[in-house]
Design a binder for this molecule. Structure first.
Ligand code: M6R
Length: 365
C-alpha cells in the first residue's frame, strides 16, 4: 500500500520523521541514551575493545561513514569503516579486541554476511544494525540493534539510511559514555538535538515540492557532481548514489578539497554540481568551492542552512535545511538529496521503485 503516494520511495521518504521517533523511542531516557537492555555492556567488558570496524555496502556504507565522523570525535578507540566486499579480501587484523559492526538494511547482503562470518571466526565481538528482524545476519551475530523503520519496498534506501544513522549515533554516544569520554552535558546536548530532528525533517518535507522545479530544470543533464566536506562528504556519495540508481544519470561524488586535484578540469556549463554546505566549521571552505565552480560556468545547487543569505547570491539554486548541532545535520541534509533524485527520476519517466538491473537485497556476490 503506497498510502496515497505515487511511489513507495516517496512514501518512505515521507516516513522519516516517524522512523526516527520509533528508532530512538525507548533507547532514550530523559536526556540519556540507554542500551542497557539490548547490549548491557559494562565499563569493564567494553574496556577490552581496542578497535571498532564498521562494515557495510551501498547506502549502509555511507551511513557508516557519517557515523564514523561522529564516533571518532567522541571515542578514544580506532575506528575504520570498510566496504564489505573489500573487508573480506584484505588482511585486516581481527581478534577479540575488535568490535565489528555490520550495517545492513536487509541483513541478507552476501558480502556483509561473509564479512561477518570472517570476523566471528577470528573472535571479534559482532554486532548487527539491521531492519531485518530474523534475517541471516541478525541470527548470526552476538548482538542485534534493530532500526524499527518498517518494511522498505523501494529499491532505493531512504528511511533506512535515517534509521541506521540514528542507531549508529545512539551507539556512538553509548560507547563514548562507557569509555568515560563523554560528559553528561555533552550527551544531553546531543540527545536534545536528536529529539528535535523528527520535527525538523517534517518541516523540510512540508517544503519538498520546492525541489520539483529545480529537479526538472536539470533532469536532462548527462552528468552530475556532488561535493561535500567532513560529514557532508559521505552525504555527497549518498546523494550521487540515489541519483545513479533511480535516474541512471552518471553522478560522481568528491571530497570538495579534492576539486583542484583533478575533477575541476571536467567542469562545464552542462554539468550541474550539488554542494552540501551547512553552516559549520567547514562552511567558508565550501563557500569558496561554490564560487570556484560558478567561475567555471557549472550551475550549483546548494543545500544550505536557513539564514545563510550569502549562498543564494552565488548558487543557482538553494534548498535550505533547519539549523541543528553540527554533528546532526546529516539527518536533515540527506532528505533534500533523496527528494531531488526522486523528482529527477520522475521527470525522466524511470521505474523509480524498481530500477533496472537492481535488486532490493543483493544476496549474490
Ligand atoms: O540491505 P543492505 O543495507 O545490506 O544493502 C546494501 C546495498 O545493497 C543498498 O544500500 C543499496 O546500495 C541501495 N539500493 C541503495 O539505495
Amino acid at each position: 500500500d503506497k498510502g496515497g503516494y505515487p511511489h513507495f520511495m516517496l512514501k518512505e521518504i515521507n516516513e522519516q520523521g516517524a522512523v526516527l521517533r520509533n528508532t530512538m523511542g525507548d533507547r532514550i531516557k530523559g536526556e540519556a541514551v540507554d542500551f542497557s537492555k539490548e547490549l548491557g555492556w559494562s565499563q569493564e567488558s567494553f574496556a577490552k575493545i581496542k578497535k571498532i570496524h564498521i562494515v557495510a555496502c551501498g547506502t549502509s556504507y555511507y551511513a557508516s561513514l557519517v557515523a564514523e565522523r561522529l564516533m571518532e570525535g567522541m571515542l578514544p578507540i580506532d575506528i575504520r569503516v570498510e566496504i564489505a566486499s573489500e573487508y573480506r579480501q584484505r588482511s585486516i587484523h581481527l581478534g577479540e579486541d575488535v568490535l565489528a559492526i555490520f550495517v545492513s538494511q536487509s541483513g541478507e547482503t552476501a558480502d556483509t554476511l561473509a564479512a561477518e562470518r570472517l570476523a566471528k571466526s577470528k573472535g571479534a565481538l559482532c554486532l548487527a544494525i539491521t531492519n531485518g528482524l530474523g534475517s541471516s545476519l541478525a541470527r548470526e551475530v552476538d548482538h542485534v540493534l534493530l532500526l524499527k523503520a518498517g518494511p522498505e519496498i523501494g529499491v532505493a534506501a531512504t528511511k533506512t539510511f535515517t534509521g541506521q544513522l540514528a542507531v549508529l549515533y545512539l551507539l556512538g554516544i553509548y560507547m563514548a559514555k562507557l569509555s568515560g569520554a563523554l560528559s553528561s552535558e555533552e550527551e544531553g546536548r546531543l540527545v536534545k538535538g536528536l529529539l528535535k530532528l523528527p520535527y525538523q525533517i517534517e518541516e523540510i518535507l512540508e517544503r519538498q515540492e520546492m525541489l520539483k522545479p529545480i529537479a526538472e530544470k536539470y533532469a536532462s543533464s548527462r552528468d552530475f557532481l556532488y561535493l561535500g566536506r567532513g560529514r557532508s562528504f559521505p552525504l555527497a556519495h549518498e546523494g550521487a548514489l540515489k541519483l545513479k540508481e533511480i535516474s541512471y544519470i552518471h553522478a560522481e561524488a568528491f571530497a570538495a578539497g579534492e576539486l583542484k586535484h583533478g575533477p575541476i578540469a571536467m567542469l562545464e556549463s552542462d554539468i550541474p554540481v550539488v554542494i552540501i554546505a551547512p553552516q559549520d566549521s567547514l562552511y567558508e571552505k565550501l563557500f569558496s568551492n561554490v564560487v570556484e565552480v560558478r567561475a567555471r560556468k557549472s550551475p550549483v545547487i546548494a543545500i544550505a542552512t536557513q539564514g545563510d543569505s550569502n549562498m543564494k547570491d552565488v548558487a543557482n539554486d538553494v534548498f535550505y535545511i533547519p539549523s541543528t548541532d553540527h554533528e546532526l545535520y546529516p539527518f536533515l541534509a540527506v532528505v533534500p538529496l533523496q527528494i531531488f533524485a526522486y523528482y529527477i527520476a520522475r521527470a525522466r519517466g524511470c521505474d523509480i521503485d524498481r530500477p533496472r538491473n537492481l535488486a532490493k537485497s543483493v544476496t549474490v556476490e
